[in-house]
Write a protein that binds this ligand. Structure first.
Ligand SMILES: NC(=O)c1ccc[n+]([C@@H]2O[C@H](COP(=O)([O-])OP(=O)(O)OC[C@H]3O[C@@H](n4cnc5c(N)ncnc54)[C@H](OP(=O)(O)O)[C@@H]3O)[C@@H](O)[C@H]2O)c1
Length: 243
């Protein structure tokens, strides 16, 4: 870990990357508010890190609950150094399926939940002129692809929102980071059988080692080159390749 945090909120801490982040932060002595819907998972985490992990059951699509819950959590933590928004969903979408219900859920969790939580952090950090905000984006936000149109859209929107926060807050001393993982072996992706996925523990280790400056980066260094090319491919080539 490149920096020691004393207090943190991890939204989406019940599994995968968010769970690994909460575990590693708590193991470093940080007090962590762990947020997700599955309270049993959060309670189990809190049992492993007594007095360090505070579990809060919350559905991020309940946007109106966020301001009061944020105040309650920061009071209980006794401050806030870091917030990580890791909640996300990627519903299965058939090749010919256009399903607005799934699309609304994806935008609600991946984008509007992030905005609701990170706006609260932005207000606090703007006042204190310190603090770190991390959003878990994805390489999937770099292009609109046939397989996951709205998951792609959600990660592109998150990236743009985080860029705007960075452009508002960095000059005040607040660090704003968008990290873009490729495949990570978690409950979200396990059924896809990725051969090249990295572990959630490794993903969390890298994320927590790169917290000292505002930026957007790919979790895996090889993706900087690969996605520099993919971002520049003309649409007609993307269509031909079907990727
Ligand atoms: N795995 C990958 O290959 C990969 C690659 C790039 C980016 N990402 C991103 O990484 C982030 C973490 O995903 P993951 O791979 O670790 O998947 P995961 O294991 O499925 O974790 C998703 C987390 O989001 C939470 N969540 C989902 N809906 C929620 C809701 N309505 N309210 C509150 N929390 C909610 C889940 O908690 P509850 O269900 O308990 O609420 C869980 O803690 C996501 O943003 C994902 O898009 C993943």
């Amino acid at each position: 870990m490149s920096q020691t945090f004393r207090t943190a909120i991890v939204v989406g801490a019940s599994s995968g990357i968010g769970l690994a982040l909460a575990e590693q932060l708590a193991a470093s002595g940080c007090r962590v508010a762990a947020i997700a819907r599955r309270k049993d998972r959060l309670d189990e985490l809190a049992t492993r890190f007594p007095n360090l992990v505070l579990p809060f059951a919350h559905d991020v699509t309940e946007f109106a609950e966020v301001p009061e819950l944020f105040q309650q959590i920061t009071a209980q933590l006794g401050g806030l150094d870091l917030i990580i928004y890791a909640s996300g969903i990627m519903p299965e979408v058939g090749k010919t399926e256009f399903n607005t219900d799934k699309d609304i859920s994806t935008i609600n969790v991946n984008v509007l939940g992030a905005i609701a939580w990170l706006n609260q952090a932005a207000i606090r950090f703007q006042g204190s002129q310190t603090g770190t905000i991390i959003g878990i984006g994805s390489v999937a936000g770099d292009r609109g692809r046939p397989g996951q149109p709205v998951y792609n859209t959600s990660k592109a929107a998150l990236s743009t929102f985080l860029e705007a926060l960075r452009n508002r807050l960095s000059k005040l001393g607040v660090i704003v980071i968008n990290v873009k993982p490729g495949p990570v072996d978690t409950e979200m992706t396990r059924h896809l059988g990725f051969k090249n996925a990295i572990s959630a523990d490794d993903a969390a280790r890298i994320i927590l080692s790169k917290t000292t400056r505002s930026r957007e980066y790919y979790l895996e260094p090889k993706h900087h080159l690969i996605f520099a090319i993919i971002r520049r491919l003309p649409s007609w080539i993307m269509q031909r390749l079907g990727i």
